[in-house]
Design a protein around this ligand. Structure first.
Ligand code: HEC
Ligand code: HEC
Ligand code: HEC
Ligand code: HEC
Length: 215
């Protein structure tokens, strides 16, 4: 018995030792740099680099668009729109297509845990377009001053009227026919509906958007 136990013990020691060495190596700063931790190159989620916008967005209605679909929430309004106030609409694709980001188009997808977490409610990419392609363009530039026309070509959107109207339209149960207060007045909604806007270091506000940045 003993002769069998000793090799097991030695094997365990070797495994623990190797893990510790690899772990230490990964923690070294130069390894991090080699993996491209600078500039745009770490490109996991938008929030990593745009913390201010994220913090502000989180307080807005768009970030809470899933809570709205839960039973008991907005009960009076649901009744007025002939919806069932006690029903759980969280798995109803008819609602999810506007209350999540990119439903079944690479975004939110029922049953896919990772996507359900990343594309919950009306997130960044619902207004700014799919990041995959334009982040690649940003990554080509060492500095922050990537040319704007190139990211636009790669699909970056700036929250134009048409982008909003993909959801703010008459297919919504809460539309202007139900109550004029739901009519979509683009300019008015733009200021209070997206997130607070912060002047960027390298990219001045676009022409016509300056007013959004006035405090
Ligand atoms: C690795 C960091 C990083 C990530 C991740 C990132 N961005 Fe950016 N983004 C930047 C930088 C840097 C700028 C330019 C800042 C400046 O001009 O000072 C920028 C600029 C922007 C702009 C303004 C562009 C312009 O022309 O004015 C928008 C909009 C934007 N990002 C949206 C997003 C969205 C949406 C995502 C997620 C899909 C995202 N970003 C992910 C770093 C990042
Ligand atoms: C993916 C769909 C989607 C897109 C795109 C979208 N919205 Fe919304 N918006 C919603 C939903 C859903 C709500 C309701 C959120 C809730 O459940 O409370 C909402 C709520 C709002 C509200 C709060 C209610 C109100 O009318 O005062 C504002 C403001 C608003 N959106 C403005 C905009 C603007 C401006 C744009 C474009 C720049 C935009 N939205 C793009 C889906 C969307
Ligand atoms: C075509 C897109 C779209 C669809 C489909 C949609 N919604 Fe919405 N929903 C919106 C938008 C946009 C708003 C914000 C309206 C506003 O305040 O101007 C909204 C707001 C709401 C509100 C809040 C109303 C208020 O008075 O603030 C509730 C509740 C709601 N939706 C539930 C649902 C349910 C339940 C479904 C599915 C049966 C659904 N929605 C389907 C786009 C949509
Ligand atoms: C409802 C639409 C909407 C959503 C959701 C949204 N944005 Fe924006 N965002 C805008 C609009 C509109 C602008 C102004 C663009 C312009 O006119 O040039 C903007 C501008 C920006 C800018 C430029 C700097 C600034 O502060 O104005 C960055 C960076 C940005 N958004 C990042 C994000 C990130 C990160 C998220 C998610 C946490 C997000 N946005 C979610 C609509 C949206």
């Amino acid at each position: 018995m003993l002769t069998i136990r000793i090799p097991h013990f030695i094997l365990l020691t070797i495994i623990l030792f190797t893990t510790a060495v690899i772990g230490n190596f990964l923690a070294l700063p130069h390894v991090a740099e080699a993996a491209g931790f600078m500039g745009h190159k770490k490109k996991k989620g938008c929030t990593k680099c745009h913390k201010q916008q994220y913090k502000s967005w989180k307080k807005m209605r768009h970030a809470k668009a899933m809570i709205t679909l839960m039973p008991g929430k907005f009960a009076e309004e649901k009744i007025k729109a002939k919806l069932d106030p006690d029903k759980n609409y969280l798995k109803d694709k008819k609602c999810l297509k506007c209350h999540t980001t990119g439903l079944d188009k690479g975004g939110y997808s029922i049953g896919n845990k990772k996507k359900m977490k990343s594309f919950y409610a009306v997130g960044c990419e619902a207004c700014h377009g799919k990041g995959k392609k334009y982040q690649k363009v940003k990554n080509k530039y060492e500095q922050d001053d990537f040319p704007r026309d190139e990211v636009i070509k790669a699909g970056m959107k700036y929250g134009q009227k048409e982008v909003c109207e993909k959801c703010h339209n008459d297919d919504s149960p809460f539309n202007a026919a139900l109550d004029p207060k739901y009519a979509f007045d683009y300019k008015k909604k733009l200021k209070k509906g997206t997130h607070e806007h912060f002047l960027l270091k390298k990219h001045p506000p676009r022409k016509g958007s300056e007013w959004l940045y006035e405090k």
